[in-house]
Design a protein around this ligand. Structure first.
Ligand code: ACO
Ligand code: PYR
Length: 535
């Protein structure tokens, strides 16, 4: 255990990515997706994984059947989510309760109403019958040998509307054998001081409490932290803050806060350092690009753009960082832009293997060049590869060059109303040989890419491994219409790494060509290829 961290025996870190997270608009998980996510969550060391609602749809039922056979969890316990029995029925005979009983999950999390208005309007039953539904369902599943947690939907709103009834539902669940009673901010409208007051009051019932917070006020994590401070020992959330509407509390942010700010050891030792990797791996599965600004795990979480920040960081990174990024498996990054000062360039240069610390003149020149080029429309924070070429040019006296371009030309043609196609001619010298190559493509940049790669591949076979994966165009002075300056960003991969280059020009093809040449030049340099060119 980390020195100073307090081990909290049996604190529950409960993940609901595969149930409430899957209630997010646009997020859809297959059974295999769920199996992969469950393994990642187990690897992170969470205590509980809510796999879905068996019985509510065939996919969730199949997931629990497959999980029972094939999911070998090392840390986590699988939980099945579902509702209490229907009104005026019997839990033992309720079809959905049966699905929970037969799910193979040792923990069942039952959702129950605790807001009087919801009981009357949504369930269309009496307050007494709702209490009976809770009691009967919990008792039945306990008798069947399952552990039961109860999610009290709309608890905070319910408490404000009718405190006595909300407390009575909580007490009924606990008396019937619910191990944890989870207070849910279902509509996400709470603020931390309200949560704090209410949890403190409910804690007097003696029930073990949990928190499930939605993010509609932007306070899901803050509300979860307020609840922990007021005594809850079970926190629910979703990876990357997925969830219905604006999402749930981001479980990784909660856990990192608990471990690094509350000094509570809630994951197995060493697991927090896996957080960034796992958050991103799960984002790959959900097909939801991770937010760069996600606390702790975002690529921008420890990225520094302002020159003054970099200047202080050069002395001590902690001056502008709340934690060491390595604690959550993230990295510090320095962004080169018009906001950079000499310190940023010095640190970035160091990262790229250049010592600029004792070269004030060159440092000032690179800094000025970056600022001027950004004024002209370039952006280096997004195009790290083009910055590296610029720096290499300054340090080595000439821009890295693998071929000498004589000319290029592009034609676009649509014959008899057919889809337009393009043809490009590139003339250049590489390896001492003059080459003139024609390339075809579905657009002008595609045709130029084909022509350029066909020409230089003869001399530099590594080029065959480079693939353009993204092409982004932005018009910079929007008032000018078709006269505007265009910025093009090209993203390239060699199957292992990804790099971005930038080109700017009044002509979109010219800007694209500049970014394209940088893309191939950077790739060849990165592969350690020697230039074969006679200048
Ligand atoms: C706050 C939360 O996020 S809780 C999780 C919510 N998640 C989901 O709803 C996703 C999965 N849900 C489903 O697949 C379906 O809604 C099902 C299978 C649960 C129910 O489907 P249906 O039987 O067609 O009913 P429908 O979706 O219209 O829901 C209304 C019924 O649920 C009942 N119900 C609503 N909440 C509860 C509850 N907490 N306990 C018991 N019954 C409930 C209502 O009384 C109503 O019953 P009735 O049809 O007998 O009048
Ligand atoms: C249970 C749940 O998901 C909620 O109340 O938001």
């Amino acid at each position: 255990m980390t020195a100073g961290k307090q081990h909290v025996s049996d604190f529950h870190v409960y993940d609901t990515t595969m149930r409430d997270g899957a209630q997010q608009e646009g997020l859809n998980l297959s059974v295999q997706d769920k199996m992969h996510i469950a393994r990642h969550l187990d690897d992170l060391g969470v205590g509980y994984i809510e796999g879905g609602w068996p019985g509510s749809n065939p996919k969730d039922t199949e997931f629990f059947a497959l999980a029972a056979k094939e999911l070998d969890l090392k840390h986590a316990t699988l939980a099945a989510f579902g509702a209490t029995r229907r009104a005026d029925g019997v839990a033992a005979d309720d079809e959905l309760v049966a699905a929970l009983r037969e799910s193979g999950a040792s923990v069942v999390t039952l959702v129950a109403k605790s807001h009087d208005r919801h009981v009357e309007l949504a369930l269309r039953t009496t307050l007494a019958e709702n209490l009976a539904m809770v009691r009967d369902s919990v008792t039945h599943l306990r008798e069947e040998g399952q552990r039961v947690f109860v999610d009290l939907e709309h608890f905070f709103d319910g408490y404000r509307a009718n405190r006595d009834y909300a407390l009575e539902v909580a007490a009924t669940a606990a008396d019937a054998g619910a191990e944890v009673v989870i207070l849910c901010d279902t509509n996400g409208g709470m603020l931390p001081h309200w949560v704090s007051e209410i949890v403190t009051d409910v804690a007097t019932t003696g029930a073990r409490l949990g928190i499930h917070a939605h993010n509609d006020t932007g306070c899901a994590v803050a509300n979860s932290m307020a609840a922990v401070q007021a005594g809850v020992t079970h926190v629910q959330g979703c990876i990357n803050g997925y969830g219905e509407r604006t999402g749930n509390a981001d479980l990784i942010t909660c856990v990192a806060n608990l471990e690094l700010k509350f000094d509570m050891q809630v994951l197995p030792e060493g697991k927090l350092a896996e957080a960034t990797r796992i958050a991103h791996a799960i984002a790959e599965i959900t097909n939801y690009p991770p937010s760069a600004r996600q606390p702790y795990t975002g690529v921008s979480s420890f990225a520094h753009k302002a020159g003054l920040h970099a200047s202080a960081i050069r002395v001590d990174p902690n001056l502008y960082q709340h934690i060491d990024p390595a604690l959550v498996g993230n990295d510090m990054r320095l962004l080169v832009s018009e906001m950079a000062g000499r310190a940023t360039i010095e640190l970035k240069g160091k990262e790229l293997g250049y010592d600029l610390a004792n070269d004030a003149k060159r440092l000032a020149r690179v800094t000025d060049r970056v600022k001027q080029m950004e004024q002209d429309g370039y952006t280096f924070e997004a195009a790290d590869a083009s910055f590296e070429l610029l720096l290499a040019e300054e340090m080595e006296g000439a821009r890295p060059s693998y071929f000498d371009v004589e000319s290029w030309r592009v034609l676009a043609e649509s014959a008899r109303g057919e889809e337009a196609s393009s043809e490009a001619t590139v003339k250049l010298t590489a390896g001492g040989v003059r080459l003139a190559v024609i390339g075809e493509g579905n657009g002008p940049v595609n045709a130029l890419d084909h022509a350029l790669r066909q020409a230089i591949e003869q001399v530099y076979p590594d080029v065959a491994r480079f693939h353009l994966i993204d092409f982004r165009v932005r018009i910079l002075d929007q008032g000018h219409g078709t006269d505007a300056i265009t910025r093009v960003l090209i993203e390239t991969t060699d199957g292992k790494d990804v790099w971005v280059t930038v080109g700017v020009g009044a002509n979109i093809i010219e800007a694209s060509w500049e970014a394209l040449v940088d893309a191939f030049t950077y790739g060849l340099r990165k592969h350690g290829v020697d230039p074969r060119i006679d200048h």
